[in-house]
Design a protein around this ligand. Sequence first.
Ligand SMILES: [Zn+2]
Ligand SMILES: [Zn+2]
Length: 391
Amino acid sequence: MKLLFYKYYLLAIVLTCLPAFCDGMPPEARLKVRLLSGFNTDSVSFSVVKGAYGMNCFPSGSALLEKGQSAVLFRSGEKLVIKTGNNPFWIVSDSVMLEGRDGNDSFTLSPGEQGQLTRQYSGELLCKADLGTLLLIGSCDEDTYIAGVVKAEGGSGRHREYFKVQAVIARTYMYRHLYRHAPDGFSLCDDVHCQAFNGITDDSLIIRAVDETRNLVITGPDSQPIISAFHSNCGGETLPSEHLWLTAQPYLKKVRDPYCAASPNSEWRKSIPAKEWIEYLGRSGMPARPADPAVLNFNQPVRMISYRAGNFSLPFVQIRSDLGLRSSFFSVRLEGDTVILSGRGYGHGAGLCQEGAMVMASRGFDFRKIIAFYYSGVSVTEIRTVSAGTE
Ligand SMILES: [Zn+2]
Ligand SMILES: [Zn+2]
């Protein structure tokens, strides 16, 4: 009996220790995300929403901020200036660390002194001046971050299986790019450069989807996390990665998508004065104004690589980028003095089509089938079997 007890005791120790080694990210290495990275602000308001925060200003001292209390932090050169609501003095510091008192605390950040925009976070916050910017680095656990990304990238009120798809995509992206900003002292930024993270969410459907897919990532033939590209609507056909980024990925092939045709972003239309269209083509290398304007017409019933006008050609992805179009999947038709662009889809077109995935989810496909439909030849794998972070 005693031996049995020790056996279970040892097993309990092993099981308690396992997540630390197997979850891909040891608990002491909490995910560090640069917050408000798209705002380029020199000041930020910090307010405690839940619990209390210890504010450690290096090397000037510390203070406690209780629920409802706030502090404003300004960058001044390579220093930080801090003003708290209950203190008439300014504090000047090299950096400020804000740590929750009981681990269940949360706070809001607003860029600017009285910013209109407010985002809520949990975990710790490090603030410092760095190369002429105010650097705000939040530390949070993986699931909290993933749920926030699913909310930012996938919206709300979606089908459960769709949220699971988006959660696995977000986790895959996170593990692939864990070291993307390593030289800057954090893992990922919260902007679309990495993946959008607008703070924590209390959406119970999203939190459940993250929980139900815990540790799952998508891996390619090399057993590494894939480039989990996605976009709003493919227009009926996804774009192979080599036509978008010049690098062919075996899992980002052309997929014909029968699911997204009736979705909100399946079609678009844009009118451009013919003169502007011809000027644009001229700037892009078209040698001469066409003698017959009818050569400007171009039909794209299925995805093609380049637009053609006479002997001149220009990649559709470049036209999309130059003119800020919704997609690179469009036809060109001249009507009088106007060029009509009739497009399909929204976004770059590679990888998973979100609106198609939503329709699949509503028709009963589970998240693994939806992922397998859009990413060719991939596996959905526990992160513990994968060596993460190639970038
Ligand atoms: Zn980034
Ligand atoms: Zn689609």
